[in-house]
Write a protein that binds this ligand. Structure first.
Ligand code: FAD
Length: 316
């Protein structure tokens, strides 16, 4: 453990740190006494200071990169080079779309097999991850060589902040190594909380049938101050944006309260939400699998249950 060096690649949201950065530091500290953070992109000074104040971080490396070069093709060689220069033993990224896109490329450049979706660390070479759509956990042991892994956001508690800030080193902006360019990045104007960080998530399924009906899900989320989510069937039917999909091929969430409306509870969906603190199901079929994992079940027509619930909330 004391000889290990962990490089945690930090994702930015706009110019701020991804909120789960501190969770990644906790995972890193289960493999080494301290870790180095590599912040890629146009980070605010306050974001770098925030990273430097996380307990257990010994160095923050800031690599400015022009927006046009923020593609996996350009970033993977850059991360590989920092990893090799640091002589690190572990390279960690968050299990986000960004991390899932980048890490396999870095792993290929290093000739290593990446681990994805790590939910627990037994020791510096033994990692637990879900398998079979989240129905089982497998422990993988790596006997030699560098370890590259993406970390499930919901699996690790955040490292404490408020430490004496460690050094921050900002490199010169790097030149692109690949012809692919990012032309534009648009932030969705959304007053709702981020799906992966929200304490309450309201998820709508195929039973919503039409995009207009999905407004019921949005209204309940807004009344409760929660985020909106959707099943893959709902996304495929054009009821909701792809970014809102929860499940094996979507986001993995673990809010305090997950309200599942008009969805069956397929294993691929459960893989993305079954670790939620409290699950409420609303489904007209008493035999729907979602009822089996729910803490509170309502066997009802959603078109009656949701308006009634919204009326009650409006009266409060
Ligand atoms: P359905 O299964 O059609 O369920 C609709 C439910 O609504 C039914 O249970 C029905 O009883 C109920 N209902 C109908 N009318 C009403 C009403 N008026 N009031 C109340 N209830 C009503 N799915 C995901 O969600 N996320 C993933 O990431 C994902 N990844 C996948 C990956 C792979 C490789 C594969 C093969 C599948 C994946 N799927 C994923 C799809 C998954 O298998 C299911 O098809 C999908 O989750 C079903 O969505 P649903 O529950 O909305 O629809």
């Amino acid at each position: 453990m004391k000889d290990n060096r962990v490089l945690l690649v930090v994702e930015l949201q706009g110019e701020s740190l991804h909120p789960a950065t501190a969770h990644g530091v906790t995972a890193a500290l289960q493999c080494a006494a301290s870790c180095t953070l590599l912040v890629i992109g146009a980070a605010q000074e306050s974001a770098l200071q925030q990273a430097a104040s996380l307990q257990g971080v010994e160095l923050v490396e800031h690599q400015p990169v022009a927006l046009a070069c923020m593609t996996a093709e350009n970033l993977a060689p850059l991360i590989r080079d920092r990893f090799v220069a640091l002589q690190a033993s572990h390279l960690f990224m968050l299990e986000t779309r960004w991390g899932k896109d980048l890490l396999p490329r870095v792993a290929a450049l290093l000739g290593r097999q990446p681990l994805t979706g790590v939910v627990a660390i037994q020791d510096a070479r033994s990692f637990v991850r879900p398998t079979h759509a989240g129905n089982a956990l497998v422990t993988l042991h790596s006997s030699a060589g560098a370890i590259l892994a993406t970390l499930r956001l919901t699996a690790f508690s955040p490292a404490p902040t408020g430490a004496q800030p460690c050094p921050i080193v900002t490199a010169a902006e790097c030149a692109p190594s690949h012809p692919t360019r990012l032309l534009e990045r648009r932030h969705r104007e959304d007053a709702r909380p981020d799906l992966c960080q929200a304490e309450i998530v309201v998820c709508g399924g195929q039973a919503l049938e039409r995009a207009g009906n999905f407004a019921l899900i949005e209204a309940l989320a807004d009344a409760l101050g929660g985020a909106v989510a959707a099943t893959r069937s709902a996304v495929d039917a054009g009821l909701a944006d792809n970014a809102l999909q929860v499940g094996q091929t979507g986001q993995v969430v673990a809010p305090k309260l997950y309200i599942a409306v008009g969805l069956s509870g397929a294993i691929q969906h459960l893989a993305g939400m079954k670790d939620s603190g409290c699950i409420v199901s609303i489904n007209s079929d008493p035999g729907a699998p979602i009822h089996a994992v729910a803490d509170y079940r309502l066997v009802a027509d959603l078109y009656q249950a949701l308006p009634a619930w919204l009326t009650l909330l409006a009266m409060q």
